[in-house]
Design a protein around this ligand. Structure first.
Ligand code: BES
Ligand code: MN
Ligand code: ZN
Length: 495
């Protein structure tokens, strides 16, 4: 999308369609934008017979003026309750309405809202338009190739520079979220571990990231018996992708992002039921998010050393597949008795989290579609957060509030450690049904003793069944904005 920020006087704007935010129950004269200058009073009053400016509601007006051909009123709900995320949701829905009209360009005047600064508002509106008009048509033979291609943000000359800065960040972040969505939406027969690794290498080449892809022989050399155990049952070769931003600047503080990359999770020999198994093409979302986050780090030029680790494999049930009762030796040296071949995510993460140690990180965050139990506990809107460091918890909660990507902390309860005790190995890979998300977290915690670490269980968040606001049915890219906001905060605090 071509995005421009300009400082034209509002009454001189030219537009195919202009988006104008409105609060409920405010007199026209008290609205943030003087909408009358584009539509005339009578037209707005007529539209407002049915349009009540409820959040995400829209109404289309055809003004009788030459400059602005259409005005789309965008409901923002109550002024005092309007947050950046309300704005993102409403303008996301509006941008989609514009795309559905078949228009390719839109103009968005921006204004000062509550405590938010122009930079944040511009970033938010750009994110809204890109995310709200997202489509995934790669495999449709008859899809229209028309989509929104031009966005113009309008502000006054005083706020031009910060708005431009916000717009640039918004575009980098939102396009990275779209990349993560694409990867989740991509069918498993296209996005094999090899293809995911190739995509990562391509993105790395485009953005200046350092990339390295380990094959199974190299993983064996490192002793990564846990990921290789999972990979045994698949015809597709496993890949371990390493991405690095600022690899050549060892003095910068190091942060590691790890993402679960199960390209397809059949459950292995303990095969999942047929219902909804297709959704398990999205079980690589943690890895896709990680690639998208590293893309952000590079393009935002964060003054940090950021490492992305993406262990990638399918979990399949063939004659070579790992079996219940097997014992795997992880890279850490700890041995694991397999209770369920469907608890594969924690196995591949165990080796990746052990590998993370070599970077002596300030903190490690992993993203993983890890447990169905997390969906039962928190539903489809909130990710589980498990963390061994209170400062890191607080920093992630702050980033969550900033981005509207919700998290809720669950405890790493020491009393539950014994649920992982095994008769034959150092631990079992499953601790039973009760507190399934917590025991999965405790399992990972055995591989993260050497650094501050947080685990985001994003099961159920990686895909959504309905289109609303800036989220589109299918892959959500959940977590990319959250972790990127956290990294930006870390960069800010080390300045
Ligand atoms: N990939 C699944 C978890 C999942 C569930 C992701 C729903 C997205 C939506 C994971 O590998 C899995 O199968 N977990 C098992 C663990 C159990 C065997 C301890 C589960 O949650 O049932
Ligand atoms: Mn599984
Ligand atoms: Zn899985």
């Amino acid at each position: 999308m071509k995005i421009q920020v300009i400082s034209t006087p509002m009454h001189m704007i030219q537009a195919e369609i202009l988006l104008a935010g409105m609060f409920t129950a405010e007199e026209l004269s008290a609205q943030p934008l003087n909408i009358e200058q584009w539509c005339g009073n009578a037209a707005i009053r007529t539209a407002c017979t049915d349009f009540k400016a409820k959040a995400c509601q829209t109404a289309l007006i055809y003004p009788q003026t030459a400059n602005v051909k259409r005005v789309l009123l965008v409901g923002l709900g109550e002024k005092d309750k309007c947050t950046l995320d309300t704005l993102r949701q409403a303008y996301g829905a509006a941008a989609r309405a514009v795309a559905e009209l078949g228009l390719t360009s839109l103009v968005v005047p921006i204004w000062q809202m509550r405590q938010y600064v122009p930079l944040e508002i511009a970033q938010t509106l750009v994110e809204a338009v890109i995310l709200g008009s997202y489509t995934f048509n790669e495999h449709k033979s008859k899809a229209s190739d028309q989509s929104l291609s031009d966005l113009e943000l309008v502000t006054d000359s005083q706020n031009l520079a910060p708005a431009q800065q916000g717009a640039i960040a918004g575009q980098i972040i939102a396009e990275s979220v779209c990349l993560a969505r694409d990867l989740t939406n991509q069918p498993g027969n296209y996005l094999t571990p090899t293809m995911l690794a190739e995509t990562a290498e391509k993105v790395a080449a485009e953005t200046g990231l350092r990339s390295e892809v380990l094959d199974e022989a190299q993983m064996a050399e490192l002793g990564m018996g846990a990921i290789l155990g999972v990979a045994q049952g698949s015809e597709e070769a496993a890949k371990f992708v390493i991405l690095e931003h600022n690899a050549d600047k060892p003095d910068l503080p190091t942060y590691v992002v790890v993402g679960k990359g199960i390209n397809f999770d059949s459950g292995g020999l303990q095969i999942k039921s047929a219902d909804g198994m297709g959704a398990m093409k999205g079980d690589m979302t943690g890895a896709g998010d990680t690639l998208a986050i590293l893309r952000c780090a590079a393009l935002l030029k964060l003054p940090l050393h950021v490492v992305g680790l993406m262990p990638c494999t399918e979990n399949m049930p063939d004659g070579h597949a790992y079996k219940p009762g097997d014992v795997l030796k992880s890279m850490s040296g700890q041995t694991i008795e397999i209770i369920s071949t469907d608890a594969e995510g924690r196995l591949i993460l165990a080796d990746a989290l052990t590998f993370a140690k070599r970077y002596q990180p300030k903190a490690v965050v992993d993203l993983a579609t890890l447990t169905g139990a997390c969906v039962i506990a928190l539903g489809n809107s909130i990710a589980g957060l498990l963390c061994n460091n209170t400062n890191l918890t607080a920093a992630l909660e702050k980033a969550s509030a900033e981005t509207g990507e919700k998290v809720w902390e669950l405890p790493l309860e020491p009393e539950y450690e014994e649920l992982l005790d095994s008769d034959v190995a150092d631990m079992m890979n499953v601790g039973g049904r009760p507190a399934g998300t917590i025991t999965a977290g405790l399992f990972l915690g055995r591989f993260t003793k050497d650094y501050p670490w947080a685990h985001l269980d994003i099961a159920g968040k990686e895909q959504t069944a309905k289109t609303a606001g800036y989220t589109i049915k299918g892959g959500t890219g959940y977590g990319v904005r959250l972790v990127t906001a956290w990294l930006r905060d870390m960069a800010e605090s080390t300045k």
